[in-house]
Design a binder for this molecule. Structure first.
Ligand code: HEC
Ligand code: HEC
Length: 392
């Protein structure tokens, strides 16, 4: 059943081809639940990492001296642990028209908003925006459900979706993001981190001020080294076991099941909306499904995942230009995954749109033609599309 639906939808659209060949039903669970099919040992890791994700760290345990929040779940808890958040992270970078400078010598692109009590006693309250920054923004915490499956997608699968010179002439020219050291990136709104593990290791340091066994030195405060008396905890503050468990918790979070109402009339509307989504070109960037590559963990091995993203960067036009990334200009952002869209209250990296309708109409740049297709739809077709989006 599912297979035939997916195959019909691929006609003429190269980017949807991957889903067509897939035979498995998409993996899903209740929001916050572990992936189906985990072993007892993996479930134990999930539980251990869950406790750590929700743990409120103290300065005695190494929190800070600078931080944004004291626990991961402060920014990822809607509607459950591992979900999205309403807290913002403040970012600043320098872009000279060609290269992106993350301003490490001035304290880095993540401008920490808080400090521990000990740091405050010594006169450090927060980081200031780096003086050389040319772009600034606030970024809200995305949902982490299903990210283990995203991590398990083969790099070639993402690269096959690239179309940097718009060879197919549809106005959409996605390209893969890059890490600081030039590898293909997929995590972060600028697609600037290659693996889930690396993202989480960085989040511990940037969001919570916790050093890890891989980076045992505290970041500076706007370029000034941290005086030892304001961070007495011995480094590294996070060991290999803790980082591994935390990563496995996020790795094993299931993508959320879709909210499909019982009322057949509403279901019809949603199905019509899904067709509209493909017909007007949303799926050109929000690629409905992908399959993971071969994986040692059975629950991640060659699974279909309904992501509604190509995980590539797209230029959304001058209204989006704020911070840059190692492989992204200020106006390029990674296609937001629409998986668990219903847990979002506001939309885009900086929550600039308050409704789904305004989110669609806010797309510019490469998405301009598709946005205009939406604007030309009848009122009822627009509503069908929005009902479909609300089920994700
Ligand atoms: C102060 C709020 C905040 C805290 C605390 C926080 N995060 Fe995040 N998280 C964010 C924001 C904002 C982003 C998007 C960042 C970006 O695009 O570069 C993000 C992104 C992520 C991503 C990548 C999501 C994606 O789609 O690419 C992962 C994984 C993640 N966080 C895990 C964690 C973990 C684990 C912790 C605890 C160590 C944590 N976060 C703590 C705000 C936070
Ligand atoms: C050219 C590529 C492209 C096309 C075409 C496109 N989008 Fe997007 N969309 C994006 C990018 C990139 C973002 C994220 C931008 C950001 O983070 O600020 C996004 C974000 C969104 C969001 C916000 C999600 C969130 O969690 O914040 C929604 C909803 C959305 N798109 C729906 C649609 C719909 C519906 C269509 C078709 C009418 C569409 N998009 C067409 C690239 C595209």
């Amino acid at each position: 059943m599912r297979k035939s639906i997916m195959c019909l939808a691929t006609l003429g659209a190269m980017t949807l081809h991957l889903a067509c060949g897939s035979t498995s039903d998409p993996v899903a669970g209740e929001p916050g639940a572990p992936l189906p099919g985990l072993t007892d040992a993996q479930l134990a890791r999930f539980a251990e990492g869950h406790a750590m994700f929700n743990k409120q760290f103290t300065q005695e345990e190494g929190l800070g001296p600078l931080l944004n929040e004291a626990r991961c779940s402060s920014c990822h808890d809607l509607p459950t642990s591992g979900g999205s958040g309403v807290e913002f992270v403040f970012k600043a970078t320098h872009f000279d028209g060609e290269t992106c400078d993350l301003l490490v010598r001035e304290g880095g692109d993540n401008v920490q908003q808080r400090a521990t009590e000990l740091a405050r006693e010594h006169g450090f309250f927060r980081e200031e925006y780096p003086p050389s920054s040319t772009g600034r923004t606030k970024v809200s915490g995305p949902s982490l459900y299903g990210l283990g499956l995203v991590d398990a997608i083969a790099e070639e699968t993402l690269l096959a979706l690239e179309d940097p010179d718009d060879a197919d002439g549809n106005g959409i020219s996605g390209r893969a993001g890059r890490t600081v050291d030039g590898r293909v990136g997929r995590f972060g709104r600028k697609a600037d981190v290659a693996t889930l593990f690396e993202f989480i290791e960085g989040a511990l340091r940037a969001e919570m001020g916790l050093t890890t066994y891989l980076h045992p030195v505290e970041e500076t405060i706007n370029g000034v080294p941290v005086p030892p008396e304001i961070d007495p905890a011995p480094d590294p503050e996070i060991d290999e076991r803790a980082l591994g468990a935390l990563t496995d918790y996020v790795r094993f979070l299931a993508p959320p099941v879709r909210a499909i109402p019982d009322d057949p009339a509403v279901r019809d509307t949603m199905e019509r909306g899904e067709s509209v989504f493909r017909e007007i070109g949303c799926a050109g960037c929000h690629v409905p499904s992908m399959e993971t590559g071969p994986n040692d963990i059975a629950a991640l091995d060659r699974k279909t995942i309904d992501l509604y993203s190509d995980f590539l960067l797209h230029d959304l036009g001058p209204a989006f230009a704020d911070v840059c990334g190692p492989g992204a200009t200020p106006s390029e952002y990674r296609t937001a995954s629409l998986m668990s869209l219903r847990s979002r209250i506001e939309y885009f990296h900086d929550d600039r749109a308050g409704t789904l309708r305004s989110a669609i109409l806010t797309h510019g740049g490469e998405a301009m033609a598709v946005r205009d297709n939406f604007a030309r739809l009848s009122a009822s077709a627009q509503l069908d599309l929005i009902r479909f989006l609300s089920s994700l």
